[in-house]
Write a protein that binds this ligand. Structure first.
Ligand SMILES: O=c1[nH]c(=O)c2[nH]c(=O)[nH]c2[nH]1
Length: 305
């Protein structure tokens, strides 16, 4: 027996990253997403667990994690508050040794990328995190070089993404995917032409907005067989539509969303509940430029998801 006093204690699985996709409309083509970070803390009769090694009162943190995902399917996520109330009540009412449950939730806000030509809506951009960048170099010999860009622009397609037909060697375990979430945090740089850089009337805000719009529309409209293909489509679209841009470089971390297996709880996961992994991640990088133009954007920057 310890001569010291065990005071406040609590435990549970923290930071369960969960994305839900709800399909609406007759054909289910209108998607709504919720993106949550859910932490569970349980308080109750845990003296023995701490003092004697008897785990008879211990509901595993792994179970609390499973409960979060199963409840997202069973009850849906109407709001962080309603979802948290379901969970907190459940833990306290289902186990006599649990006297209090605290659920902490962060919700990340997304806005729809509206593509006027399209009725299905499954493309989103994370709100309010994007950073615009610019790098200007002036040399006596070579003149002005203006690189524009953005970073921290997180986007998601909740369907229209597949990945299959890849090499399978003795270490390959990845399953082929025929309907997956495609999400990435875009870092983009683009090189502006010398005449644009030298033009005192050049409207930099307008060209930024135009590049951004074409990248987002290409992301939303491309039916993707790989993030590499999406990367190329985004850069290509910018070069097609913005004549003052000569080169586009994109760094696209593949922000993986894994379908949660709900079968052990008797629930079918019809592409509705995902685990949003923050690492490790695939990192897809590439430059696309106009014919005859020498690429100038550095390829060695260290970009993280
Ligand atoms: O779009 C993708 N490109 C890849 O190269 C890749 N590799 C992987 O495991 N998943 C994916 N997805």
């Amino acid at each position: 027996m310890s001569k010291h006093v065990l005071a406040q204690n609590q435990y549970g699985k923290a930071e369960n990253r969960i994305v839900t996709v709800t399909r609406k409309g007759n054909d289910g083509a209108w998607h709504e997403i919720r993106d949550l970070n859910v932490s569970v803390a349980l308080r109750g009769e845990y003296r023995d667990v701490h003092l004697t090694g008897d785990n008879g009162n211990c509901l595993p943190t792994d179970t609390t994690k499973n409960t979060v995902y199963a409840f997202a399917k069973e009850h849906g996520v109407d709001s962080p508050e309603a979802f948290g109330i379901h969970l907190a009540r459940h833990f306290v009412s289902s186990q006599p040794v649990i006297h209090e449950a605290q659920i902490r939730i962060e919700e990340y806000a997304w806005e729809r990328i509206s593509v006027p030509s399209r009725k299905e809506q499954h493309s989103f951009a994370r709100k309010g995190q994007e950073v615009r960048t610019a790098q200007i170099t002036y040399s006596e010999t070579t003149g002005l070089q203006v690189l524009s860009g953005l970073k921290e622009l997180t986007v998601m397609n909740s369907t229209n993404s597949e990945f299959h037909g890849f090499i399978k060697d003795e270490y390959t375990t990845l399953q082929e995917a025929y309907d997956r979430i495609l999400a990435t945090k875009v870092t983009a740089r683009w090189a502006n032409s010398a005449p644009a850089a030298a033009d005192p009337e050049h409207d930099w805000d307008a060209s930024y907005a135009k590049v951004r719009r074409h990248m987002l529309e290409a992301f939303a409209e491309t039916y993707s067989y790989s993030l590499q293909q999406t990367l190329h489509a985004m850069a290509d679209r910018v070069l097609d539509h913005v004549s003052t841009v000569n080169e586009v470089r994109l760094n696209l971390p593949n922000k993986h969303h894994f379908l949660v297996d709900l079968e052990p709880f008797g629930l079918k996961n019809d592409n509705e509940v995902y685990f949003a992994a923050d690492r490790m991640y695939g990192l897809i990088e590439g430059t696309v430029h106009r014919q005859g133009v020498q690429p100038v954007i550095a390829t060695s920057d260290w970009i993280t998801a």
